[in-house]
Write a protein that binds this ligand. Structure first.
Ligand SMILES: Nc1ncnc2c1ncn2[C@@H]1O[C@H](COP(=O)(O)OP(=O)(O)OP(=O)(O)O)[C@@H](O)[C@H]1O
Length: 300
């Protein structure tokens, strides 16, 4: 696996606000990473530090193999961390031509990039006539002009209507299938679930989870149980090797599985121990439920 970016204990304090604390993770080539967290959890600050627009307080980050100066490494990165800003009276094409000049890249990629974001037929329209979604798509085309190895986006669908959101997500997925690594910050669980292969979850500047999105979704799940012999059931569950956490809410016992176990095998085993279950359902938590559980567990 080729490493694109690695963070080691990266931290940022704004006076007494610990915006990012000891954050470590690695970005491997070809994956789509989401930094997920509520407002103020440190997502933008993290992106700002690795893009050299926010000074780190401590820790380190390394682009590529670490032998490239950050300034040179960033030439291989495409990033949109602010609202797209182009010249309103210039056409989409002319705006991108200007970006090519600033970035010292050839203008012969403009049409190709406009096509990726679905704006080729609007290349001669003035920027001011674009919807917010089109402006965001033009910003993506602009960030792609230098054929970056990684595309970084901060809340790419903020403020867009459902159709605009869908278009941007499809474009991001398409760019990823062509081999560009993606890192996006989002406060939307379903965005990360739909677009990303990997996730880093932040809460108050602290990483509380990182890993593959599908592994998070594919946890073993839990049994929802009801019986007249609650105390006996809980005692058995607590000793059982297939269960971790046990909770009781509104008369329902929840037993979280740490290993696969079928509901029928479990039911039979309980019956043999004299416990009749009046309710037995095997459920899986959505990413949202897991996210809430993670953030609750960490609350102070
Ligand atoms: N320039 C700044 N000066 C002081 N505090 C700041 C500054 N920028 C960010 N912060 C604080 O750092 C913390 C993290 O903010 P950050 O913007 O990185 O979070 P975020 O997850 O990107 O949230 P949002 O999506 O709302 O931007 C917050 O408490 C924020 O108030």
């Amino acid at each position: 696996m080729e490493t694109i970016l690695s963070l080691q204990n990266l931290s940022k304090n704004y006076k007494n606000v610990k915006a990012v604390q000891n954050l470590s993770f690695t970005i491997e080539k070809g994956n789509v990473y989401g930094i997920l967290g509520p407002n103020g959890s440190g997502k933008s600050t993290t992106l700002g530090m690795v893009l050299n627009v926010v000074n780190k307080t401590s820790g380190n980050f390394k682009w590529f193999n670490g032998n490239v100066a950050v300034h040179d490494a960033l030439k291989r990165v495409g990033a949109i961390i602010e609202r797209p800003n182009f010249y309103p009276y210039m056409t989409a094409y002319d705006n991108l031509k200007l970006v090519c000049k600033i970035k010292s890249v050839s203008t012969n990629k403009i049409d190709e990039k406009l096509k990726i974001v679905g704006l080729l037929d609007r290349k001669d329209s003035k920027f001011k006539t674009f919807s917010l979604g089109m402006k965001q798509r033009l910003a993506i085309a602009s960030a792609l002009l230098n054929d970056p190895e990684i595309l970084i986006l901060d809340e790419p669908t903020n403020g867009l209507d459902p159709q605009g959101i869908h278009q941007i997500r499809e474009i991001i997925k398409e760019i990823a299938t062509q081999g560009t690594t993606i890192l996006l910050a989002s406060h939307l669980l379903d965005e990360v679930e739909k677009v990303c292969s990997h996730v880093v979850i932040l809460r108050k500047g602290v990483k509380i989870y990182s890993g593959r999105v599908d592994e998070m979704v594919a946890s073993q799940g839990f049994f929802e149980l009801k019986t007249d012999k609650e105390a006996e059931l809980i005692a058995i569950l607590e000793k059982h090797e297939s269960f971790g956490k046990i909770t009781k809410e509104e008369g329902l016992i929840k037993a979280f599985l740490t290993a696969p176990l079928s509901a029928s095998d479990f039911n039979k085993a309980m019956f043999e121990q004299g416990i009749v279950l009046s309710h037995l359902v095997n459920r899986k938590e959505s990413l949202e439920e897991q996210f809430l559980q993670l953030t609750e567990n960490q609350s102070n």
